[in-house]
Design a protein around this ligand. Structure first.
Ligand SMILES: [Mg+2]
Length: 106
């Protein structure tokens, strides 16, 4: 069975709490998350953009990098006391109300 966002947050928090400083300071967390998003951009650019990967350069798995983004995002949420389930519900509420006519439907 897939994990819920609550379970993901708890798993990361349980892991982080074993350390003296469970989470990086705020700006370091922001940098880490931004770095991981940049790694996703690098892969997508090499997959679909004009900058093709060099033959000797292995393209890291996109799935792995998205996992890194999810992890750093979860660390940010945990450190700030953000409930990601609630954050997701708020986002979906926005796309289903404010942005309801934004995209052409089938
Ligand atoms: Mg990464």
């Amino acid at each position: 069975m897939d994990k819920t966002l609550r379970e993901v947050q708890k798993e990361v928090d349980d892991w982080a709490k074993q350390f003296k400083e469970p989470y990086f300071p705020p700006l370091s967390r922001m940098a880490a998350m931004t770095e991981e998003v940049g790694e996703v951009a690098r892969i997508v650019n090499r997959m679909y953009g004009s900058k093709k990967a060099k033959p000797e350069e292995a393209i890291v798995d996109l799935e792995e990098e998205l996992g890194d983004v999810l992890f750093t995002l979860t660390c940010m949420a945990n450190a700030e006391g953000i409930n990601l389930t609630r954050a997701f519900e708020r986002k979906m509420n926005k796309v289903n109300t404010r942005d309801i006519s934004r995209f052409e439907k089938k």
